[in-house]
Design a protein around this ligand. Structure first.
Ligand SMILES: O=c1[nH]cnc2c1ncn2[C@@H]1O[C@H](COP(=O)(O)OP(=O)(O)O)[C@@H](O)[C@H]1O
Ligand SMILES: [Ca+2]
Length: 423
């Protein structure tokens, strides 16, 4: 009975939130008002309605919690939406916290994963008012780290998280914990970026494309404007989805194993999940000559060493990378005519970049001995995806104080799907 009451209220919340978000982004973008990270906490009071927090000015407050279980870390995103009576609702705040390592690091000691999840849930408990806990949806979606684990190990980790979620005071459904498929990951990130840049649902506005370089996988997603893309893209590279009464047909593809950390291993000549033999080392022309280190990836320690090649470091490294990527990536013709946002490792590496990196590393490995390899990989990968060398990308970690990640888009999509379930 109580459960029914809760879910009725939750669905009511779902519908309201959807209408709210829908109206909100049209209005925001027509007003060209940036979405702000400003809280209106001073006007919030505990109201008498259970499913909304209201103030004297009849301010309703909703929250959604999304866990991103990435290959290199687990992150919580707590989204806060507010709506004044008869006024436009807003996404007013995102609270974000990240922990390392990723969930997959606990594959052989599942119980150890609980502490980090609890720690992140405590952030949500601090952020979401007690009265709203049981109406606030809590979801975890895992990406490449868990996709790359054997199914049974991944399932044990998911079961553990589900157990913790079910014991939490938040709203959880049976599907609250899952491995997200690569296409949904790309599509959700595309929704986030187009929402935050004000391109969603605004007629005649061009959307922007999205490039995400994770640790284990990488995605490319854009809205094709050419019929050729729709007609000639390989099977599995197009994704149709419905949101807020619109159907979108996107080009979206996720390359598992081509995230930056997995790519490092492939460039070094190692094999995922396979430790080196006694005395064996991975020798690479992408590292500073004479440089030696131990590098840990997916719980395995690899001995790696630089090698002096006949050519300059960049040339020898890019030949190696080109061989590794040969025929692995589909070139979509129209990408060169669109604006693209690039985030995750694209952003992190660019933040460290200096064009003379490889030249400098011919002499000394510097603070990040993998930088020449990583940047060369990024440059060759982008060319393989069809971007010319002159292409300019927009790099963003946050837009209007909200993380550029798939999490916001996936939260919208989740709320929208709850709404559709009602009918
Ligand atoms: O929400 C985010 N905010 C900031 N950086 C993020 C976020 N999500 C992922 N990243 C960055 O992406 C990179 C690794 O991606 P991740 O661990 O998600 O791999 P995966 O997507 O292949 O599973 C890291 O550099 C991490 O800092
Ligand atoms: Ca990611």
């Amino acid at each position: 009975m109580e459960a029914m009451k809760i879910s009725k209220r939750f669905y009511a919340f779902g519908i309201l939130a959807c209408i709210a978000i829908y109206v909100a982004y049209i209005k925001w973008h027509m007003d060209s008002k940036p979405m702000s990270g400003v809280t209106d906490g001073t006007t919030e009071n505990k109201g008498d309605k259970l499913d909304h927090q209201t103030s004297a000015a009849d301010l309703s407050v909703f929250y959604g919690i999304m866990f991103d279980a990435g290959s290199t870390g687990t992150r919580i995103h707590i989204f806060k939406f507010t709506q004044k009576s008869k006024e436009t609702p807003k996404l007013t705040r995102e609270t974000f916290k990240a922990l390392k390592p990723g969930l997959s690091a606990y594959a052989d000691d599942v119980d150890k994963s609980a502490q980090g999840i609890q720690e992140l849930l405590d952030v949500a408990k601090k952020e979401v008012p007690v009265e709203l806990w049981k109406f606030t949806p809590l979801v975890l979606k895992a990406t490449a780290g868990l996709r790359l684990l054997p199914g049974e190990k991944a399932q044990k980790l998911l079961d553990k998280v589900k157990e913790i979620f079910q014991a939490s005071p938040f709203f959880v459904r049976d599907d609250c914990v899952s491995i997200m498929n690569g296409t949904d990951e790309g599509v959700s990130a595309w929704i986030t970026i187009n929402f935050l840049t004000g391109n969603l649902n605004v007629p005649r506005k061009r959307s922007v494309g999205m490039l995400d370089l994770g640790g284990g996988s990488t995605q490319i997603t854009f809205l094709p404007s050419s019929k050729t893309t729709l007609q000639t893209s390989p099977a599995g590279h197009l994704a149709a989805f419905q949101m807020f009464n619109n159907t979108y047909k996107l080009y979206s593809y996720s390359y598992l194993g081509l995230g930056l950390m997995s790519a490092r291993l492939a460039i070094l000549g190692g094999v995922e999940g396979k430790p080196l033999k006694e005395g064996e080392e991975l020798i690479s022309s992408c590292l500073s000559p004479g440089f030696k280190t131990e590098w840990e990836h997916a719980e395995i320690m690899y001995r790696v060493k630089g090698q002096k090649a006949g050519e300059p470091l960049y040339e020898s490294c890019s030949n190696k990378v080109a061989k590794m990527l040969y025929k692995k990536v589909y070139k979509a013709e129209e990408v060169k005519d669109l604006d693209f946002y690039a985030f995750s490792y694209y952003y992190d590496c660019a933040a460290e970049v200096s064009l003379i990196v490889c030249k400098t590393m011919e002499v000394s490995p510097g603070d990040n001995p993998f930088l020449c390899m990583d940047l060369t990989y990024i440059s060759v990968l982008l060319q393989e995806l069809g971007f010319p060398k002159s292409q300019v990308f927009k790099l963003a970690r946050k837009i209007d104080d909200v993380e550029t990640s798939w999490a916001l888009g996936a939260t919208f999509h989740y709320i929208d799907s709850l709404n559709r379930l009602q009918y």
